[in-house]
Design a protein around this ligand. Structure first.
Ligand SMILES: C[S@@+](CC[C@H](N)C(=O)[O-])C[C@H]1O[C@@H](n2cnc3c(N)ncnc32)[C@H](O)[C@@H]1O
Length: 226
């Protein structure tokens, strides 16, 4: 089991509430924006589905859509399962345990794929993008939500302080300092903007215009399978 899977198993219990706290409640709006990018899609794969927030937002926002959510963390999926067991959601969302790098689906299956705050946690982002491309129908769309370091030279240091110091500090109050430090470090180290678009091209996606949110701290990349 890769280290990130046990990490998410450890923080699963407080994940949703800390997310809302750290993002000042904006995380739900970001996920809604993500779902809007794949409007018109019917069968959708949500990779790194975690506690199921994107899957739930998607089926509520896109009428007639069905979502398969996949994630390797049993504890995150257990929470997702509880949320998705209501009659409103249970026949629209299916949850599966598995890794982005080795998706257990046939080629050309999905109309669209979403992944929120997940691609940087995979062992190989490029291999994950290639797998996404493989299971998408030709012309299907991938929408990827991730944190970025803002370009604004005044705001960037404040943001980095918040991300590198405040986040692990609050995490430590819940006994998860190491885990929240990893989450902030992995953002700084992950390929940003043009570098990430290069990876998408290498995986045979045609990138579309990226959408920057929250003063450039969050980004939605989209790409079409050629
Ligand atoms: C930060 S959470 C994001 C969860 C959810 N998408 C959201 O918006 O709240 C990252 C998720 O990525 C999952 N993950 C870690 N490694 C993965 C991999 N190799 N393939 C797929 N998911 C992975 C973790 O288990 C965790 O649930």
């Amino acid at each position: 089991m890769p280290e990130t899977t046990s990490l998410f198993n450890k923080i699963a219990r407080h994940y949703d509430s800390l997310n809302t706290f750290f993002s000042f409640g904006m995380d739900k709006i970001w996920r809604r924006r993500l779902a809007e990018q794949i409007r018109g899609s019917r069968l959708i794969l949500d990779i790194a589905t975690g506690t199921g927030e994107v899957a739930i937002e998607t089926v509520r926002k896109l009428e007639g859509s069905k979502v398969i959510g996949i994630d390797p963390s049993a504890q995150m999926l257990e929470l997702a399962n509880k949320k998705c067991s209501s009659p409103e959601l249970s026949d629209k969302i299916m949850l599966v345990e598995g890794y982005a790098e080795n998706l257990p689906f046939e080629n050309d299956k999905f109309d669209a794929i979403t992944i929120a705050f997940g691609i940087r946690n995979t062992v190989s982002p490029l291999q994950s993008l290639k797998e996404m491309n493989r299971v998408l129908k030709t012309g299907g769309k991938a929408a990827i939500l991730e944190f970025t370091i803002p370009k604004n030279t005044i705001f960037a240091p404040l943001y980095l302080f918040y991300f590198r110091k405040f986040l692990p500090f609050i995490g430590s109050l819940f006994g998860n300092k190491k885990e929240y430090k990893y989450l902030s470090d992995s953002t700084s180290e992950f390929p940003q903007r043009e570098k990430f678009l290069e990876l998408m091209k290498e995986a045979q996606f045609e990138p579309q215009d990226s959408i920057e949110l929250m003063i450039g701290t969050v980004i939605i990349y989209t790409g079409i399978k050629k």
